[in-house]
Design a protein around this ligand. Structure first.
Ligand SMILES: [Zn+2]
Length: 216
């Protein structure tokens, strides 16, 4: 439901200080409960504001203020994205971002062809991910940017026993196309080795820069 276009005082959900709208970061939740950073401040949906300051991001993480305002559980990795966004003083150039996205997709696609990727909630919840098995060791669990609340819940639950978790800057549609599958909301791949490290580096470059790139 769209909000009526009226002026309201915008305050930071963490420190409660009012500020000019353009200065605050807007966080928005979709009807499905997915949480996004809305750089342009134009996306529909329930929104919350935060000062672009590390203190306020961490304060919101600790107090759960964003979750309360947005009436959904904001995943911890979203706060990591916000912190990265706030810290990104010198943002990567558009061509760097395009290169990073291409590389991320090709790394994921190669991993899939090498048979290293478990796909979907069932794949991620399989025994090989649940337990540290000798073959794969701990896994990196990756959710699409617009994965559903229940899938994010599964990913959080699996983030144990040495497994780790991150949010991909790719939507379900983008992730599915990359892997040549349909409706992929979550994947898991071995945490060990350079593969997952490279994926994490690319994810952080993209999370920092993509939103800022869209703004210009
Ligand atoms: Zn604040």
């Amino acid at each position: 439901m769209a909000e009526p276009p009226r002026r309201r005082p915008r305050t930071c959900a963490a420190c409660r200080e009012p500020a000019v709208g353009a200065v605050l970061l807007r966080v928005v939740r979709s009807p499905e409960g997915a949480v996004f950073l809305d750089e342009r401040g134009k996306l529909p949906g329930r929104g919350a504001y935060l000062c672009p300051k590390k203190e306020c991001v961490e304060k919101a993480r600790k107090s759960g203020a964003l979750s309360r305002v947005l009436k959904t559980k904001v995943p911890d990795c979203f706060y990591d994205q916000l912190a990265a966004r706030v810290e990104a003083g010198g943002l990567p150039s558009p061509s760097t971002l395009l290169g990073a996205e291409r590389e991320l997709r090709s790394v994921l696609s190669l991993a899939r062809r090498a048979g290293l990727v478990r796909i979907g909630s069932d794949g991620v919840q399989s025994k090989g991910v649940r337990r540290k098995n000798a073959k794969n060791g701990p896994m990196l669990i990756l959710t699409a940017s617009d994965s559903s609340e229940s899938v994010r819940g599964i990913a959080e639950k699996m983030d144990a026993g040495g497994n780790e978790r991150a949010c991909l800057p790719l939507s379900v549609v983008e992730l599915s196309a990359t892997l040549g599958a349909e409706g992929v909301q979550v994947i898991a791949l071995p945490l060990r080795g350079g593969l997952s490290e490279r994926i994490r580096t690319l994810v952080s470059i993209l999370s920092e820069g993509r939103a800022a790139f869209e703004q210009t």
